[in-house]
Design a protein around this ligand. Structure first.
Ligand SMILES: Cc1cc2nc3c(=O)[nH]c(=O)nc-3n(C[C@H](O)[C@H](O)[C@H](O)COP(=O)(O)OP(=O)(O)OC[C@H]3O[C@@H](n4cnc5c(N)ncnc54)[C@H](O)[C@@H]3O)c2cc1C
Length: 393
């Protein structure tokens, strides 16, 4: 069931932790209905970073309703077909643009910046801070910030991504909810030294995939490294150690890999993380709910994380606004409404794994057409499920 989002003013005070895609969309929609919204973001400014995300189906309608679609379309990668290559750079297969790119594809940082630009009266952003403690009483939820300040809100939403602090404070340690999918990812941007023209290349080797594609009108490349590995122990603050893990995984991979490894060491936006999913039975507890990757990250293997984050935020906003007297009921309805969408999203990531990173030991470097078609069909199911639950804005 969908409800209107602008029915009546509502002056509840909400804290959203995380100014990522989900947090900004939720903030926008709640403020539009009159709620007083504070967003606390750990980073000192909205996070940039070049790797691209896709928006599909109803997620495009949500950003359009926020007035962001023209700017988003202006930053599209606009990339065409993607080419699989072998270790000597010879083409071995071509993938259609929509196999990877969705209805709209743009760098994550650009999307965040554009969405933040739609912020209207009623949203107060606190950058460079986070939530240290939560204390719920009958009157509200008392929040202690890292900076020492204290405030009371009607409810709190954790939109703080895969390593969510709100999830840890409310539901318990990350290890209870985060499932490792057996692989790692590293990303950085560099000048378009490969002279690619609005396209991408995928070097698939058993247990390892290297992706390169153009952004920002061919001026830059995003390089993505993906490799199979059991959970690794490393210092999350030591970038050089993480770069070395990538370099070791891609030793002897052939093609232009040594040049790209050199460029990785020179880059200033390198990002490294396990490829994980979040699996939770309950997405809410008392006056706290989770949205986006914090609650149901499907992992980048699915290619629908941003779509689920946006549609999930729109559904959560819809239920909160429709149920002004009982936020617990609103949270329960939100959870029920998105369950099919997020379950299919997780399944899509798991089914996509062998399609995206060939199993270690694979001798045939071709991906079967049947496998590609299955992944494509499942992705369509996820998008259809998202379309069914997304409110009309
Ligand atoms: C490399 C990569 C490639 C991806 N590619 C795709 C793709 O092609 N298609 C797709 O659909 N999805 C993709 N995704 C997934 C997509 O980016 C996420 O699903 C989506 O960004 C989720 O949005 P979010 O707002 O829930 O979380 P995030 O975007 O992670 O935002 C969380 C925000 O919370 C902040 N934060 C974290 N901790 C705290 C704290 N303690 N206090 C305050 N703030 C905090 C962070 O700084 C961040 O701003 C990719 C993800 C990655 C990492």
């Amino acid at each position: 069931m969908t409800h209107g989002l602008t029915r009546q003013p509502d002056s509840r005070e909400v804290l959203i932790c995380g100014a990522g895609i989900a947090g900004i969309v939720l903030a926008h929609l709640l403020a539009r209905a009159g709620l007083r919204v504070t967003v606390v973001e750990r980073a000192s400014a909205v996070r940039t970073g070049g790797n691209a995300v896709d928006l599909r189906g109803a997620a495009v309608d949500v950003v359009a309703a926020m007035g962001a679609l023209d700017a988003i379309c202006g930053q599209q990668t606009g990339n065409g077909a993607l080419h699989r290559i072998d270790h000597e750079g010879n083409p071995i297969a071509t993938l259609p643009a929509d196999a990877i790119a969705g209805d709209v594809e743009l760098p994550r940082g650009d999307l965040n910046t554009i969405l933040l630009g739609t912020t209207q009266a009623g949203v107060d952003y606190l950058f460079g801070d986070s939530v240290e403690a939560l204390d719920e009483t009958r009157d509200g939820i008392h929040v202690t910030f890292d900076s020492g300040g204290r405030r009371t809100f009607d409810f709190v939403v954790g939109a703080d991504g895969l390593h969510s602090r709100i999830r840890s404070l409310t539901f318990g340690p990350e290890t209870s909810f985060v499932r490792h999918l057996g692989c790692y990812q590293g990303h950085f941007t560099m000048p378009n030294d490969l002279d690619l023209d609005r396209t991408g290349l995928l070097l698939n080797l058993p247990g390892r995939t290297l992706g390169c594609y153009t952004i920002h009108n061919n001026h830059e490349l995003v390089i993505g490294w993906f490799f199979d590995s059991e959970p690794l122990t490393y210092d999350r603050r030591d970038i050089t150690v993480q770069q070395k893990l990538v370099a070791d995984a891609f030793a002897d991979a052939g093609w232009r890999v040594p040049d790209l490894v050199d460029a990785m060491y020179r880059s200033n936006d390198f990002y490294f993380d396990p490829i994980d999913q979040v699996v939770m039975e309950e997405l809410h507890c008392g006056r706290v709910a989770l949205v986006g990757d914090a609650a149901y990250a499907p992992s980048l293997l699915s290619g629908v994380g941003a779509t689920l984050a946006i549609v999930g935020a729109a559904v959560l906003a819809d239920e909160i606004i429709s149920e002004p007297a009982d936020v617990g009921l609103a949270f329960a309805r939100y959870q029920k409404r998105i369950t099919e969408m997020i379950t299919l999203g997780r399944e899509l990531a798991i089914r996509s794994k062998d399609w995206f990173i060939l199993p270690a030991g694979a001798e045939d470097l071709q991906i079967s057409l049947a496998e590609e078609e299955q992944v494509h069909a499942l992705r369509e199911h996820v998008v259809a499920a998202a379309n069914r639950v997304c409110p009309q804005l």
